[in-house]
Design a protein around this ligand. Structure first.
Ligand code: ADP
Ligand code: MG
Length: 698
């Protein structure tokens, strides 16, 4: 099949709807999708029927309401289309009701106390702004998959999609107010857009299956560095190996079929690390698609004798994986609000939206940090390759200079052209091509969008985008309120830009974010530097945060509290699994292997002495190994004790703190000994594949 035929072939998209729905129904569907209107029940039956016929023609036997519970992964329960006739035969059926709403038993999904046990029901409701599609597997099973929002009997959000849709609405409303105040009468909607770049590792499946830590925790809990790391810088953008290229091609095809615009692929910095980026789309669809990307990456890998690792830090000592969320705002008539324009008016609008971002990120740096907080990402933030835990904005020198001068009321000049300092006629043409790329910034302006780099590779992009949309909605709300009251719009807009810069420019940093000087400079500027998830998550439940999310109708106090509970619990659970796995591997794999070698060395010393030859080497080795073994055993005991203590704590926050302070540190101490032991034990006696095997044998 041609690529153009493959693309979207498994999507019940606009083209299919136009072909298969009666004209009137199609029109109503379009309006429902575009204008965010409630779906009319009388057309649901017609749509469901068309959807069913289309799916069955393509081999589907089942349908599923696909949703995104707070586990961060997706959930689906499959029902076949069959129903029984009175004659005992079967009929293939799919009603409007079945399309619109499902009632999965929700009791096994995390609710953070939102759902009392007597009301276990949850509701999945079709999100018709994200098209239904067919999921296929290797065996040829085809399932009609309907993207849905998931909430409780009382209407509380139990998922990641509901608040995302609410936040998109909030930012659209406030952005439109600003546009109207500036005289725009044509745009009807503003959509937040996202293009998430997905980083991942591949590892040979046979190697993977011998690493219990990779299987159970997604990362290596032990492993001394391979003789070679990423120092030669020979992997990034390097030529793609055949085995990997075969994988990428198969992955692309699967994604294209589901209408996912897989576009860019390349080798990443670390050995065996890669990246895939789609073309950006509306946040809602981008979030659904990114879930499918992660799922498909893993499935296709298995088919190719590979395993795809999405963990933020599968290997110590080399780069981890992130998910760069490129974010912008666009109007329905095609204006990118973060793109500098040609006219002074366009530039005023551009600078107002940029100012909104500056204000939002500075005011809510703590919440942005919280949305990326989970155990896996702690290994990455602040380590040497990733953005630091300090939120700051890279603006580029030219744009910073313009803002700086506007704030000081100075003349802005460019290439000898002088501009006055007030009013709309006076704004300079802003450089469109911002090729200046700072790779170290957590939040970088890249010419016509911001790139939020703190997001972890394994996490759903919903949370970070909910936060971005909401904090920007708040800033735009305040800007709109001022503009709406202003007598002279241009004068007021200029004052807003000036005041925001004066108040919030501390968040702008164009230098090297990895440097120690920045850490100190940021502290002087009063920017928060929250180095671990447990502290970071606390920012969700401050009054500032609770009021923000409630004010814009994104998450109620109760919903936000429940999320906080769930994320904090998940942190503890994940570290608990890691701790248990470390204990298991040490006791059952590493200690026995080391003791065997100790016995071998002892025997060798005995035998050497018996025939009166020098046993110096054996004795030296034995002593070193034995010291490490003793230390490892002590650290094992320490870890076991820390785990036991942590497990008995019931307070969610105290428990997480215990895992962070005692369990993790004990794990690190144990790892140090085991990794040192690894370097002494013969390769064929070491019970698990080493870093060299995992990273360089693809
Ligand atoms: P990089 O140099 O970082 O690779 P690219 O220009 O290739 O940057 O874009 C990276 C991602 O940003 C892609 O997914 C792209 O579709 C996305 N992107 C581009 N424009 C926008 C926009 N207006 N809104 C959101 N994402 C965008
Ligand atoms: Mg990028």
């Amino acid at each position: 099949m041609e690529l153009t035929e493959i693309f979207g072939s498994n999507v019940f998209n606009d083209k299919v709807m136009r072909e298969r729905l009666p004209k009137q129904v199609y029109q109503i569907m379009r309006e429902t999708i575009e204008k965010d209107k409630p779906l009319r029940p009388d057309i649901a039956d017609v749509v469901a029927n068309a959807m069913k016929d289309w799916a069955i023609e393509k081999g589907a036997t089942h349908y599923t309401h696909w949703f995104q519970p707070l586990t961060g992964v997706t959930a689906e329960k499959h029902d076949s289309f069959i129903s029984q006739t009175s004659e005992g035969g079967i009929l293939l059926e799919f009603s409007g009701k079945q399309l619109i709403q499902g009632e999965p038993d929700a009791s096994s999904f995390p609710s953070g106390g939102l759902r009392s046990t007597f009301e276990a029901r949850g509701y999945t409701v079709w999100d018709c702004t994200s098209p239904a599609f067919l999921k296929t597997d290797e065996a040829g099973n085809v399932t009609l998959t309907i993207p849905t929002a998931f909430y409780s009997y009382n209407g509380e959000a139990l998922d990641k999609k509901t608040p995302l849709l609410r936040s998109m609405k909030a930012v659209s409303k406030q952005a439109l107010r600003v546009l109207r105040a500036l005289g725009n009468t044509t745009s009807q909607r503003v959509t937040s857009t996202v293009g998430p770049e997905q980083e991942y590792f591949l590892v040979d499946k046979n190697m993977y299956l011998k690493r219990i830590d990779l299987i159970l925790t997604g990362r290596t809990l032990f492993g001394s560095p391979a003789p070679k790391g990423q120092e030669l810088e020979d992997q990034y953008f390097g030529s793609i190996k055949d085995r990997v290229s075969k994988y990428m091609n198969e992955l692309n095809r699967e994604l294209w079929k589901m209408g996912i615009t897989a576009k860019t692929q390349h080798n990443e910095v670390a050995p065996s690390q890669y990246e895939m980026a789609p073309i950006f789309s509306t946040t809602n669809i981008a979030a659904d698609h990114n879930q499918l990307v992660m799922e498909t990456m893993q499935k296709v890998a298995l088919r190719n004798g590979l395993v795809c690792l999405l963990h933020e830090k599968p290997y110590a000592g080399i780069n981890g994986s992130g998910k760069h969320c490129n974010w912008s705002l666009s109007t329905d008539d095609g204006i990118n609000l973060l793109e500098p324009g040609h006219t002074p008016h366009d530039n005023l609008q551009f600078l107002l939206f940029i100012s909104a971002l500056i204000k939002a990120v500075d005011t809510h740096a703590d919440i942005l940090r919280a949305t990326c907080a989970h155990a896996g990402n702690d290994h990455r933030l602040g380590a040497n390759e990733a953005p630091p835990a300090i939120m700051s904005i890279f603006m580029g020198d030219e744009l910073t200079e313009i803002l700086e001068k506007l704030a000081k009321g100075e003349r802005v000049s460019k290439k000898g052209v002088q501009y006055m300092n007030v009013g709309v006629d006076t704004l300079p043409a802003i450089p469109k091509d911002n090729t200046d790329r700072n790779r170290t910034s957590p939040f970088a302006f890249t010419g016509n969008k911001f790139e939020f780099r703190t997001v972890g590779s394994s996490q759903s992009i919903s949370g970070p985008n909910v936060t971005l949309n909401t904090i920007v909605a708040e800033a735009l709300d305040e800007i709109a309120t001022r503009l709406e009251k202003a007598e002279d719009i241009n004068q007021e807009a200029a004052s807003i830009i000036k005041e925001i810069y004066q108040k919030h420019s501390r968040v702008i940093f164009n230098g090297n974010n990895y440097s120690e000087e920045w850490v100190q400079e940021a502290a002087r500027r009063g920017l928060p530097n929250i180095t671990n998830s447990v502290d970071a998550l606390k920012a969700f439940v401050t009054d500032k945060s609770l009021n923000l999310f409630e004010k814009y109708g994104v998450l109620s106090h109760k919903e936000l509290h429940s999320r906080f509970e769930i994320y904090m619990e998940t942190y503890s659970k994940e570290i608990n699994i890691e701790g248990n796995t470390a204990v298991y591997m040490t006791k059952r794999l590493f200690l026995p292997a080391v003791m065997e070698y100790v016995t071998f060395l002892s025997d060798s010393i005995y035998k050497a002495r018996a025939i009166s030859i020098d046993s110096y080497t054996q004795e030296e080795l034995l002593k070193k190994i034995n010291d490490l073994l003793t230390s490892a055993y002590k650290n094992l005991k320490r870890l076991e004790m820390a785990l036991e203590e942590a497990q008995t704590i019931s307070d969610t926050v105290k428990k997480a703190e215990k895992y962070r302070d005692d369990v993790l540190t004990a794990m690190q101490a144990l790892r140090k000994d085991i990794d040192a032991l690894e370097t002494y034990i013969p390769e064929d006696k070491w019970p698990v594949p080493t870093y060299k095997d995992l990273l360089f044998k693809l």
